[in-house]
Design a protein around this ligand. Structure first.
Ligand SMILES: NC(=O)CCC(=O)C(=O)O
Length: 285
């Protein structure tokens, strides 16, 4: 069995960037001490989920946040899916996740592809595109533990993205996230289970802990779903770290038994294709 121990850090996010970095670093260290090999942080783990906070916390690659993440990975000897932070680049801002190997080297970068613009009558309203530009990459990366993918929060609503990552060999996809109190109770678990089944992969969603005093209230409920659609573990709303062991061969077993992602697709009738595939590893057929 090719097993991987993963940790999802559902941390409390405050206005204080340095305090958030310390909380993240302590949690990564504790997760590594508990045996985690890959650790994921939440979307925007350095600042509250609000436009003014995004602007105040923005930094370039190589800055304080990026360097702190690299140190966390190297110091704890884990693969680190570094949540996300407002990345300043090319005169724009992106909602970006950097991934580091256990030596602290950057091995992937995902800029959120689908920006969170919703307007629900009597419920949550948000316009992420007022602040951020969208990314344009499908992010699949190799580690000594297996081939993984990363998307950010609202990206989970787009089944094509997860299926494409599965075609490009991802066995587990990490999702730094921050759902809210309108769509969280209604859609969070359902979306993760649906996407895990669509793509026949492990899906791991890592949210910030809920803070009822903040303007944007995160749902919490970080969770891990198997390629069979089973909820392996799910947290509540409080700060806590979820530890879960993934049997990566389950993705292959599931595909062999129900060949949705392995042979049964009618590619003579329809096609699933990443338009900018030149930088990606070969798809699995
Ligand atoms: N931060 C986000 O992208 C939130 C996505 C969300 O809440 C949703 O319903 O989708």
């Amino acid at each position: 069995m090719r097993s991987v121990k993963a940790a999802l850090v559902q941390m409390r996010v405050t206005e204080d960037k340095e305090r958030n970095l310390r909380s993240a670093s302590d949690a990564v260290r504790r997760a590594a001490d508990a045996g985690a090999q890959v650790v994921c942080l939440p979307e925007m783990f350095v600042c509250p989920y609000e436009r003014h906070a995004f602007l105040a916390a923005r930094e370039a690659r190589g800055g304080r946040i990026w360097s702190a993440l690299a140190q966390m990975a190297a110091g704890s000897r884990v693969v680190l899916v570094g949540g996300s932070f407002p990345e300043a680049a090319e005169g724009r801002l992106y909602n970006t996740c950097f991934v580091f190997d256990a030596a602290g080297r950057q091995i992937a970068r995902h800029r959120k592809v689908h920006l969170f613009d919703i307007d629900i009558a009597g419920g949550q309203r948000f316009r992420e595109s007022d602040t951020f530009s969208p990314g344009a990459d499908l992010t699949v990366f190799d580690t000594p533990l297996g081939r993984f993918g990363v998307v950010i929060c609202f990206d989970i609503r787009f089944p094509e993205l997860m299926q494409l990552m599965a075609l490009y060999g991802a066995e587990a996809v990490f999702v730094p996230a921050s759902f809210n109190m309108t769509t969280g109770p209604a859609h969070w678990q359902l979306l993760f289970r649906a996407r895990a089944l669509d793509a026949q992969i492990f899906l791991l969603g890592c949210s910030a802990a809920r803070d009822a005093r903040s303007r944007y209230v995160a749902y919490g409920h970080s969770l891990a779903i198997s390629p069979w659609g089973t909820v392996l573990a799910e947290l509540g709303a409080q700060p806590e770290t979820l530890l879960v062991t993934l049997d990566l061969d389950e993705a292959l077993r599931t595909r062999a038994q129900i060949p949705v992602m392995a042979g049964a697709r009618r590619t003579d009738l329809y096609e699933l294709r990443w338009q900018r595939g030149e930088n990606l590893k070969k798809p699995r057929g």
